[in-house]
Ligand binder design. Sequence first.
Ligand code: AMP
Length: 309
Amino acid sequence: MQANMTGQQNPLVVVGTVAIDSIKTPFGEQEKVFGGSASYFSYAASFFNQVALVGVVGQDFPEEYRAVLQERPIDLSNLKTVAGKTFAWKGFYENDMNSAKTLETHLNVLASFDPEMELKQDPEFVFLANIDPVLQLKVLDQLPKTKLRFTACDTMNYWISSKKEDLLRVLARVDGFVLNDAEARQLTGEPNLVRAAQIIRGYGPGHVIIKKGEHGVLVFAQNRFFALPAYPLETVFDPTGAGDSFAGGLMGYLALTKDTGFDNLKKAAAYGTIIASFAVEEFGLEKLRKISRRHLDERLEVFRQISAF
Ligand code: AMP
């Protein structure tokens, strides 16, 4: 556990996919990679704050994948194992490493998942990672409101195409929305991202964070605007999980500091950028497993120097 992480934290709650991925990039191809939106998110957020993961896997879920999450302060008591196969995604990247092309999505156990949660504490920070918006709604319905400070969500083209109405219901009920540029354009039909963000704020979330892959991130919140570049890397090995790791770093830092003011949001977005930059340097979660909070802080300092003037 990190030195600045107390034993008494209020865990950041995340619901999302825990997956078995197959990934092809210009640098290589790997079957059965441990992935999923909640897996990347939890691992990244756990550098800052304790996490409680809500999700489902099938009986085929390898014990060694569970062990990866257990390396970190991630509570898995709401990760259910049910009969059937784990959610599986197959995708590839061509020379444009910013956009994944989906080849196969097998919902498997996700299709009949009912996310009934038993939380040890009423949560303050909650993230609805990329998953069926109907499940995101079920989690929102169950959330005790006593301590709740900030809820945010993510999504993907798959759900915008198939469940837009449910997604709009989610957006009406969350404080923040983290999505990428293509998703913002698809959801709103608006090619200009500044205008798309305004439209999205009209759907409900006051904080809209649009990721642009290697071109950085735009933060719209509290009637203010902030732009960050990406951390310039020479080698992007596997971009899978970059968005989830970004969201994990951002939300983990907010949960740690309990401050959702604009200046702190900027710093949280910077930490999200840094942790995503590590995530893409190797396949799956491998790089994140090799680093510590010290590596994040060192790269954050370099990032500060190259982006301030
Ligand atoms: P990203 O951060 O956007 O690269 O997310 C990559 C992860 O999203 C992969 O590990 C996949 O397992 C997961 N994923 C792919 N398709 C979906 C989907 N339709 N719903 C939820 N998670 C997905």
